[in-house]
Design a protein around this ligand. Structure first.
Ligand SMILES: Nc1nc2c(ncn2[C@@H]2O[C@H](COP(=O)(O)OP(=O)(O)OP(=O)(O)O)[C@@H](O)[C@H]2O)c(=O)[nH]1
Ligand SMILES: Nc1nc2c(ncn2[C@@H]2O[C@H](COP(=O)(O)OP(=O)(O)OP(=O)(O)O)[C@@H](O)[C@H]2O)c(=O)[nH]1
Ligand SMILES: [Mg+2]
Ligand SMILES: [Mg+2]
Lengths: 278, 294
């Protein structure tokens, strides 16, 4: 695309739009190409060789402030609520986050808040056993708010550093399930006024523009404070994050880069942008 | 909405006899924009729009129909045809029982849930006696998940300890099916990345050993541009019979469906429309076409 001596013409702009579009930037990509056209017209960008640097600046500018570490409550357990649509990678991300925190010498408690899906409690329990981390759970079919209540109570009683609370996958179009999520948040807040201290929305990096809907809708029902972009080890670039930034400017705390317990990385904006421009 | 955008673009057609290159230019651009916003692949959208433009040019403007509507209908019909693909063929028919179906796809796409749904659908609608085979031995409690679903629906599940290897589990599952008079076997495989060489090879090993009559690629309807990358690779590695689109009960426009059908040349046979076992429908191309166009 940026080969030497290439003209900055309509064909180039369309190819560039396609490259950005292929990374799921959607309308944001179109807008960036419009900005480039404008800068070219104003002679701020004079030739194709200057385009990569222009793009990099623009993309980094849009993501300014999008990195942040996991929060830590000033006192008492830090309650981390994990939410997101079905199959996005919530339960696996919790296992990875738990392992990461344990490695840092923190004490962790897991809450098996998905009481709906077949073998969801079993799945998180297997992870808990593998990691040697305690878990609060009830049988499938129990009220998720009841599990949340028990988990927070246990976290306080055992004086753990972190409580990671799993929730069932749900589509934001399911009003009753979004109401259920609101109830879980209320129950947690009632016990610890500042909780959940962190609510992480787990997004599948292969998701297209619907990720923007997910972000804005989930933020209506839970105090989303950050994102986890899972499955970034595939060929998807997770570019929907640019669109999300315009409706929900919260940081990406971690990237999921595989199915193993070690496959969690802190989000690094430069690497993320470079991958899109490669 | 597309209808709104086309309504504006169609002042040019009012009073015209025929759809021409110039009077449909704005409309073409509006449709292409709608497709891109719906997550349709860039090249697929380009080719599709060019193709419909060829069909639309020279069409007489039907007096009784609002030109914008006629134009939308042209696209809607073309999109429906494309999505219809070879749907008429449905699931494969086995020359002798059992019919063996193999589910594959990316992580979290809905394979395990779809296996259970499909088994229930086959029992209810085709009077089959299905066997589910739990061949995902790597995800924690994946076997438990399929067994729990089987128990819930009173559908037989063949499972082994997770120390076993998926190809052998599938082969023994087939033998088990024959001894128990099951006439359909559905193999649930682990989610995997299309770029994971060892796991893609494992899928081919399962295929070579069990010779399924149909391989179904299970795809999440909210997939973005990466849909063509994964679909192309699965299609290159395995003879795909058809596709299942899941989580259609969400509000993703579903443009990935169009892209995947286009690059694999295979039809979408079913749509997952919820988490419950009976939330499986035969795919409805005209309805999906309307949804993609927005
Ligand atoms: N390659 C890859 N796979 C992942 C990643 N994160 C999760 N997965 C896989 O994605 C699938 C779904 O993960 P889960 O953790 O069960 O997802 P979930 O959001 O809890 O799913 P539900 O509870 O059913 O909504 C599993 O096969 C995981 O191993 C990741 O970062 N990379
Ligand atoms: N709303 C909705 N949820 C679905 C649908 N199909 C599957 N799910 C949910 O999506 C999540 C993932 O489903 P699974 O069946 O575990 O997906 P999978 O492809 O087997 O996952 P891996 O084995 O980890 O690759 C679960 O929470 C399912 O209940 C659907 O059509 N609609
Ligand atoms: Mg889960
Ligand atoms: Mg599965």
């Amino acid at each position: 695309l940026f080969s030497f001596g290439r003209k900055l013409d309509e064909t180039f702009l369309e190819e560039l739009e396609e490259v950005l579009y292929n990374s799921d930037l959607g309308p944001v990509g179109t807008r960036i190409v419009e900005d480039l056209k404008e800068s070219y017209r104003k002679r701020e960008v004079k030739e194709v060789a200057e385009v990569p640097a222009f793009l990099r600046r623009r993309l980094l500018h849009r993501l300014a402030g999008s990195e942040a570490p996991l929060v830590s409550a000033p006192q008492g357990p830090t309650v981390v609520l994990i939410v997101g649509v079905n199959g996005s990678g919530k339960t696996t991300s919790i296992a990875k986050l738990a392992a990461h925190l344990k490695k840092q010498g923190k004490s962790v408690l897991l809450g098996a808040g998905d009481t709906f899906r077949a073998a969801a409690v079993e799945q998180l329990t297997r992870w808990a056993e593998r990691l040697g981390i305690p878990i609060v759970k009830q049988p499938t079919g129990a009220d998720p708010a009841a599990v949340a209540f028990d988990a927070v109570a246990a976290a306080v009683a055992r004086k753990v550093d972190y409580l990671l609370l799993d929730t069932a996958g749900r589509l934001h179009t399911q009003k009753n399930l979004m109401a259920e999520l609101e109830k879980v948040v209320r129950v947690v807040k009632k016990q610890l006024p500042d909780a959940p201290h962190e609510t992480l929305l787990v997004l599948d990096a292969t998701t297209g523009q619907n990720a923007i809907r997910q972000a804005s809708e989930f933020a209506q029902s839970a105090p989303v404070t950050g994102l986890i972009l899972a499955k970034m080890d595939g060929t998807a670039k997770g570019g929907a994050f640019f669109g999300i930034r315009e409706v929900l400017p919260v940081p990406v705390k971690f990237l999921g880069v595989g199915e193993g317990v070690e496959d969690l990385e802190p989000f690094a904006v430069e690497g993320y942008v470079d991958a899109i421009l490669t | 909405s597309l209808a709104g955008a086309l309504g504006k673009a169609y002042r040019a057609i009012v009073g015209q006899k025929v759809l021409t290159e110039s009077n449909i230019e704005d409309g073409i651009r509006a449709v292409r924009q709608a497709l891109l916003e719906a997550d349709v692949n860039f090249q697929v959208a380009k080719e599709f729009v060019a193709d419909v433009k060829r069909r639309a040019l020279g069409l007489d403007v039907i007096k009784a129909v609002e030109p914008g509507q006629q134009f939308i209908k042209c696209f809607h019909d073309a999109l429906t045809d494309l999505l219809l693909g070879g749907q008429a063929q449905g699931l494969p028919v086995a020359p002798q029982a059992p019919l063996v179906l193999m589910m594959c796809g990316l992580q979290g796409s809905g394979k395990t849930t779809t296996c259970a749904k499909l088994a229930l659908w086959l029992r209810k609608n085709k009077k089959k006696n299905p066997l589910l085979v739990a061949a995902d031995l790597q995800r924690p409690a994946a076997v438990d998940q399929l067994q729990a679903l089987g128990k819930q629906l009173n559908i037989a599940v063949y499972a082994e300890p997770t120390t076993a290897r998926p190809p052998e589990v599938c082969r023994r599952g087939l033998e088990h099916a024959r001894t128990r008079q099951h006439d359909v076997v559905i193999l649930d495989t682990a989610g995997r990345l299309h770029i994971d060489e060892p796991l893609m090879k494992e899928l081919q090993q399962i295929h070579d050993l069990c010779k399924p009559h149909g391989v179904l690629l299970v795809c999440d309807s909210m997939l973005g541009q990466d849909a063509v990358n994964s679909a192309k690779e699965f299609h290159a590695r395995l003879p795909l019979h058809g596709l299942v689109l899941t989580k259609v009960d969400g509000d993703a426009r579903g443009g990935a469906a169009l892209s995947i059908v286009k690059v694999t040349g295979r039809p979408i046979l079913f749509a997952g429309v919820g988490e419950k076992p009976d939330d499986l429908e035969e795919f409805d191309p005209p309805r999906m076409a309307g949804r993609i166009l927005g």
